[in-house]
Design a protein around this ligand. Sequence first.
Ligand SMILES: Cc1cc2nc3c(=O)[nH]c(=O)nc-3n(C[C@H](O)[C@H](O)[C@H](O)COP(=O)(O)OP(=O)(O)OC[C@H]3O[C@@H](n4cnc5c(N)ncnc54)[C@H](O)[C@@H]3O)c2cc1C
Length: 499
Amino acid sequence: MGTRCLLFSPPPPTQNCEIFHSATPSFPFPKTHYISSSRKLHHKIHSTSKFGNFLDLKTECEPEFLNFDLPWFNPVDRSRFDVIIIGTGPAGLRLAEQVSRYGIKVCCVDPSPLSVWPNNYGVWVDEFESLGLEDCLDKTWPMTTVCIDDSKTKHLDRSYGRVSRKLLKTRLMEGCLSNGSVRFHKAKVWKIEHQEFESLIVCDDGNEIKGSLIVDASGFASTFVEYDKPRNHGYQIAHGILAEVDDHPFDLDKMVLMDWRDSHLGNEPYLRVSNSRFPTFLYAMPFNSNLIFLEETSLVSRPVLSYMEIKRRMVARLRHLGIRVKRVLEDEKCLIPMGGPLPRIPQNVMGIGGASGVVHPSTGYMVARTMALAPIVAAAISECLGSTRMIRGKPLHVKIWNGLWSIEKKHAREFYSFGMETLLKLDLNGSRRFFDAFFDLEPYYRDGFLSSRLSLRELSVLSLSLFERASNPSRFDIVTKCPVPLVRMIGNLALESIG
Ligand SMILES: Cc1cc2nc3c(=O)[nH]c(=O)nc-3n(C[C@H](O)[C@H](O)[C@H](O)COP(=O)(O)OP(=O)(O)OC[C@H]3O[C@@H](n4cnc5c(N)ncnc54)[C@H](O)[C@@H]3O)c2cc1C
């Protein structure tokens, strides 16, 4: 509690931009540290002064649980599983649901398998529709808005949706239960031990569980998947609140994907300077005129932008927009490592979701992609472990890692990582120019890039088209700031091709 008061006292007067960055977090980092401290139990609500500091408000959030009678792992019967999945976040549970369709015996291990996930997930509606998951969205907006600056706003004709964490988790759980071959164990995995054709997990409750394949779905902070290159990620960091407000200025039929305006920093010279160099934007989901999700976001930074700085900018922005927050119903600290090397491929632990490098290196999105990739991984697992096959050990690991990361997908990822490296070099004006050109691209390329579905050839077409559409200063940015990442990408592509 004391920390909160300290965090939100006025910033010291200084002009030194460097201090806005905090050291790059080393892994594993406490992903939901802020959430867990602020989401404890129901708190008393305070009112704010004028458009005052919403950070003074206590978050009201009860932990929520699904109501299922789960089939639990029974330590006494010494079951052996085909697959053990560590973590029942979106990635782990989706894989369990998909792989159990083949009759594969699965054990999901998580400290709280029935908890409703904490994060607020947004996806493009067409992504969920193509997976038949559109009924797991609790709100959709027919259009999205990008504010480049005070005088230029773009409206994208692509619907956006908020995932209902409860509906999606319920749907995946129901799938697991009806497939009949999934058991759950409530524990944290401490250790994994491997033998040639079998592995064993050791849990914090002392239980040991054996399986032919261990899948790590424990998220970005995973300690089980190994890397053989230095992890030079960029980081997306954001502070988000689901807020009850007196009023807000946003259209109810449009989700605000990015608002790059900085007029709110007119009287904040310190914040203005830092924002010009390391910009943040507002992401907003208006549910009705009194309920809105607001998130101040640093798209990508390295080292990571300070969380305190983000919150201060958000306070200034909301005050300027005349948004008075009456209640904070949920809050989230979003910290997503982006880009960087892939885990070592293959290795004897399979990764999925945040633990597997599938997060989009230029946007930080991952949920829809993971929902789409899990069936591919499940099919590869079934080919090896299904009833008629007996592929175990190294051949199994090679097959499923290659199923997730085919050579084409690795190539495309190099390109998306190049996109991230480019974004890292752009200041506020550079970012505005870049997105001004980007959101004018043909929807096929624009949407394909955002949804990670373009081939390397299509990504090359996109780059040329982007360059053609870019303003001269933007071209200058690309030519002067991108040679090093470009050369690195070409080198990595060459290595991947011969490797
Ligand atoms: C705040 C936030 C907002 C995000 N918003 C979006 C968004 O709008 N759209 C989008 O596409 N992506 C978003 N992302 C990115 C990404 O989609 C999410 O991080 C997503 O939750 C990752 O899913 P996951 O299943 O891989 O990991 P997680 O959701 O982190 O789940 C991991 C699970 O593993 C469990 N676990 C961890 N360690 C162990 C262990 N040792 N033993 C057993 N269990 C363990 C955890 O308790 C947890 O249940 C967001 C990320 C964050 C942090």
